[in-house]
Ligand binder design. Structure first.
Ligand code: ZN
Length: 349
């Protein structure tokens, strides 16, 4: 009974948005399925990853069809060989993002590069992730078969009261770093900082980091899957400890660590109907959009990735809801967003 009511309310709400938009555009919205493929919204089919520390919230809270318990990651917009998303519908339905990057460069503003540069993930940590660090482009290119390094950032979607994350470390110099790691002085070594929903964190290569249990994030990162595991809390997977990468970790960890203030970025939480910048670095720009009613964005970037992380609404008359991830191609032009929803957007620099 409850489900029926909720579903009926949802349909009524969606139809109201649609009808309002149809009236405003004199029915223009109804004839919008037109030819220009660069006006098509590229909705993605995510790829899911089961992890030792994963849970089931990607199913229960997000409504995705997850492969089972312990689902830790939703690779929402990815062209990485370890998880290449396909387009959900339209002209390019069924094509992988890596295929589109190679075959339809105009969709990405003819941006340079041999692979799609970014990767967007939702991470649901039911348990603590291992303590890890990523290399930069130079180190990964040399030691990891030409892979990109990994710069990443996190928008905290949810966190329990009193939640903390590991960001950075307390070693003063390389000697102390090696001693703390080789002798398992983890309590002294690891720097834990408090975080809450809505915080935004930049993780440069060389930054020791770990997400802790109960935290849910949206991650925007370089298209890379290179992680060096420093410490795994002594956990076993299938009866064996997971591989550690101590030598490579010590090679790449930045000493001393960047200050907490430089890592955790406070964003104004009350700005509505605007693209609020979260960060610009060498690899990406990221924004938060809090849509309440309606707003317009001009898509003049090579491409613009968007993830709906809360609520629902319309984009140029098309229904979108929490859990949808899509790319607006280069030359897309005017983007009309309507409804009550939160989105995280990103593009290259
Ligand atoms: Zn990471």
């Amino acid at each position: 009974m409850y489900v029926d009511l909720a579903a009926r309310e949802r349909i009524a709400k969606d139809s109201a948005f649609w009808y309002q938009k149809a009236m405003e555009t004199n029915g223009g919205i109804l004839s919008m399925n037109s030819a220009d493929a660069n006006k098509e919204i590229l909705l993605m089919n995510p790829v899911f990853k089961q992890m030792i520390w994963g849970g089931n919230k990607l199913g229960s809270k997000w409504g995705y069809e997850i492969p089972g318990e312990n689902t830790g990651e939703c690779w929402a917009v990815s062209a990485h060989p370890n998880g290449d998303c396909t387009v959900r519908e339209g002209t390019y339905a069924g094509k992988t993002l890596s295929q589109l990057w190679a075959e339809e460069p105009q969709l990405f503003g003819n941006a340079a590069g041999d692979r799609f540069p970014l990767l967007i993930k939702i991470i649901d940590a039911d348990d603590d992730l291992s303590i890890q660090v990523h290399p930069d482009d130079a180190y990964a290119g040399k030691n990891e078969n030409g892979s990109f390094g990994k710069t990443e950032c996190w928008y905290i979607l949810d966190a329990p009261d009193g939640a903390t994350l590991v960001i950075g470390h307390n070693a003063k110099d390389k000697g102390e770093l090696e001693d703390m790691i080789n002798n398992g002085r983890w309590d002294e070594f690891l720097r834990e900082v408090p975080v809450k929903k809505g915080d935004f964190i930049q993780i440069d290569p060389g930054t020791v980091h770990a997400i802790k249990g109960g935290i849910e994030i949206l991650e925007t990162q370089q298209n890379s899957d290179i992680t060096y595991r420093v410490y795994d809390y002594g956990r076993l997977q299938d009866g064996k400890p997971r591989e550690l990468h101590i030598g490579k970790s010590i090679d790449v960890i930045t000493v001393p660590a960047k200050s907490v203030e430089e890592s955790v970025i406070n964003i104004p939480s009350d700005a509505k109907n605007a693209m609020v910048p979260l960060i610009t670095c060498d690899y990406y720009q990221v924004w938060k959009l809090d849509v309440d009613g309606g707003m317009e964005v001009s898509q003049e970037y090579p491409f613009l990735i968007m993830s709906v992380v809360e609520g629902d609404g319309l984009i140029n008359g098309q229904q979108i809801k929490k859990g949808d991830h899509f790319i607006l191609p280069g030359g897309f032009g005017s983007v009309q967003l309507q409804g009550k929803m939160e989105l995280i957007a990103s593009t290259i620099v």
